[in-house]
Design a protein around this ligand. Structure first.
Ligand code: FEO
Length: 393
């Protein structure tokens, strides 16, 4: 169903409540959406991004419902297929239509979707596109989150079309945010998986957004922001260097020994007023783990030793942390082993991209004994001391 954002500007995208995992990785408890917008100017009509290929019929139905018989431009902010996937079908149905994008995105669209070069016109950073009484201004936002990503600003209506930037995983019945707390959490889930590794690049691009007079932010996932300051403030916090007095503790246990250590250690941290979020990796929502990583000062991975190395579930968590590159400052490992192994060495290798101070791990043989619990107390004391040194306690 199409919905009008503002005079002559319509949501024509697709909600996706059925998809359970994004990128085959992050659970989608509230679904997601692929937002496409139709902008009708007095002389020309533009489609802003499209949808996942398997939602093409929804987009076409929405356009039909609005009686759209001619599209002059398809603005492509980003070549990833959840936004570009229906471009070939739109081009086939509208032979006069041109894709408007930047040169890097042009190359990707030609390669990913075999779009004919002659159907694409490129714009430079700062260029405009006039639809008559509506004017798009394009601004490049590289690495938010691909090298070619850009945004546009509809000058007369003060709308920023930001594609993945500020997106949230929420299949919302409402066009605009109606529950700020929920959307902020769904946007944080999105940020943690997609944007967090590019925190530093986002900083420069966020400044470009802040310099605009914006009434509406229309992203390509989740509802539009009619009070944009909320999400701008949230991003400012997420990309900053400031961390919180929190420990994220992803763990797995085989015979209960690592579980005992996690329970004891969690309590030891709580007694020292350090917040702990423990995730049993057997059943954890990896998206919640990613969200927790956005703010936490410290990560402690709990793993038993399987054969000679870390449990594969713990290895996956370490791989994910390394991939998402949170601003975490300190990291350690706890766990239990049977006879020997290289759990610590192998996990350390897996987090090589993180700029963290490694704290003395606690690896124990079998069930944790009195001296092992004392070592966990010592690790908790060290974490408190480190958090004090950086001024978050
Ligand atoms: Fe929503 Fe990078 O695609």
């Amino acid at each position: 169903m199409s919905r009008e954002l503002k005079n002559g500007i319509f949501f024509v995208g697709a909600l996706d409540r059925e998809r359970t995992l994004f990128d085959g990785l992050i659970p989608l408890p509230n679904g997601t959406s692929y937002n496409s917008y139709l902008v009708r100017g007095s002389e020309k009509t533009a489609l802003v991004d499209t949808v996942e290929p398997d939602k093409t019929a929804v987009l076409l139905g929405n356009l039909e419902e609005l009686g759209v018989d001619k599209i002059d431009y398809i603005i492509s902010h980003h070549a990833e297929q959840d936004h570009s996937g229906a471009i070939p079908e739109i081009l086939a149905r509208h032979p006069q239509a041109q894709v408007v994008t930047n040169p890097k995105c042009q190359k990707l669209l030609m390669s990913l979707l075999e779009i004919d070069e002659n159907r694409i016109v490129t714009v430079a950073d700062g260029d405009t596109l006039c639809l008559g009484d509506k004017t798009f201004r394009f601004f490049y936002t590289p690495w938010v989150h691909w090298p070619e990503t850009m945004c546009s600003y509809l000058e007369e209506d003060k709308i920023a079309f930001t594609c993945d930037f500020f997106g949230s995983h929420l299949a919302s019945d409402t066009l605009f945010v109606n529950n700020e707390q929920q959307v902020q959490n769904d946007a944080k889930r999105y940020f943690a998986q997609i944007m967090m590794p590019f925190r530093m690049q986002i900083r420069k691009n966020l400044e470009k957004i802040k310099a605009l007079q914006i009434d509406l932010i229309a992203p390509s996932h989740g509802p539009a922001y009619d009070k944009p300051q909320m999400i701008i403030d949230a991003y400012s916090d997420w990309i900053s260097d400031s961390v919180k007095n929190q420990v994220v503790l992803p763990y797995v246990s085989m015979h209960g020994s690592t579980q005992k250590m996690v329970d004891y250690f969690s309590q030891a941290l709580a007694q020292r007023s350090v917040a702990v979020q423990a995730f049993n990796l057997v059943e954890a929502d990896i998206g919640e783990l990613a969200i927790a990583l956005v703010d936490a000062a410290t990560v402690v991975i709990g793993s038993p030793t399987v054969l000679t190395g870390p449990h594969p579930a713990a290895a996956q968590a370490a791989f994910l942390v390394n991939l998402l590159r949170p601003k975490t400052k300190f990291l350690s490992i706890i766990g239990s082993y049977g006879w020997a192994g290289k759990t610590v060495e192998q996990l350390k290798e897996m987090i090589s991209r993180l700029q963290v101070e490694f704290l003395e791990p606690v690896l124990v043989q079998g069930r944790p004994k009195k001296q092992d619990l004392e070592a966990l107390d010592q690790l908790a004391d060290t974490i408190v001391q480190k958090h004090r040194e950086i001024g978050i306690i």
